[in-house]
Design a protein around this ligand. Structure first.
Ligand code: SAH
Length: 255
């Protein structure tokens, strides 16, 4: 059996309990060495076979899994953050399915949640936005035209850009050219929840300069939107003293 496990954003104690238990039981671990904290491998049992997938192609990954299956061994495939986001797990699962190898998925804390925590930030502020757009600029992987930076920016929601820190110049320019205010606040969070985490809040026009100053070109998220300022929002209805919910009666409420 193969368990796809979300390793969390970086800090070793931000994996789920289930994920940690699976690592402890694993006979074979294939982890994404470019982004997964190697400290998580300390949870592995003695004698566990460990492979860094950043040095492997998909055929080699599958071959390791097949060999483990033949010997009745359990494999953990450890992916950074949550495996459902830019995790390239579907292609692995399809091959396993075709070969009759059983698998399941254990979620993880995505780096966009780690970055919000680093900034003490709420993405969905009432009165500002109720949506978060998770996206990226195209690289070798194409982005559908309807999901271009320009098209998505039109919504005015909080935008979180993965895999785009290598060209903040272009990102900032494209957003501004599409009509986003150059003064809108944005944040760049490098290695959220790792010991060497860095975070900067600035205006969209200053983003490229700040990224350069900090030497950030990868392993970072760029968050753009009015919510980044964390001010000017409306109070929630959820905790409004005058508001009745399913769980509590509001002050001065009739029923
Ligand atoms: N599945 C992962 C994302 C993998 S794509 C998740 O849920 O987080 C890899 C990209 O994720 C990186 O280029 C970077 O943009 C982002 N990333 C991963 N870990 C990060 C971290 N700790 N801090 C900031 N960005 C991170």
């Amino acid at each position: 059996m193969v368990h796809f496990v979300g390793a969390g954003p970086g800090a070793k104690d931000l994996i789920t309990l289930r994920g940690k238990e699976l690592i402890e039981q694993a006979d074979v671990i294939i982890y994404a060495g470019s982004l997964v904290n190697p400290g998580l491998l300390d949870y592995a049992k003695a004698g566990c076979e460990i492979h860094d997938s950043s040095r492997l192609n998909i055929d080699e990954v599958i071959e390791i899994i097949r060999a483990a299956e033949k010997n009745g061994l359990m494999t953990v495939r450890l992916h950074t953050g949550d495996p459902s986001i830019y995790g390239a797990i579907r292609e692995q699962m399809d091959i396993l399915e075709a070969q009759g190898i059983a698998f399941d998925v254990t979620p993880g804390v995505s780096s966009f949640c780690g970055a919000a925590a680093a900034l003490n930030m709420e993405y969905t502020l009432p009165g500002i936005t109720q949506s978060v757009i998770i996206t990226r600029m195209e690289g070798r992987t194409k982005v559908p035209e309807k999901e271009s930076v320009e098209a998505l920016a039109a919504h005015g929601a909080t935008m979180v850009f993965f895999l785009s820190a290598g060209d903040t110049e272009r990102l900032s320019k494209r957003l501004i050219d599409s009509g986003v205010s150059e003064d809108i606040p944005c944040a760049i969070v490098y290695k959220a929840t790792w010991p060497d985490e860095k975070k900067v809040i600035c205006s969209l026009k200053d983003l490229p300069e700040k990224a350069k100053e900090e030497g950030i070109t990868k392993t970072a998220l760029i968050i753009v939107g009015r919510a980044v300022a964390q001010t000017g929002y409306e109070m929630s209805k959820l905790y409004d003293p005058g508001f009745t919910t399913e769980y509590r009666k509001g002050k001065n409420a009739d029923a």
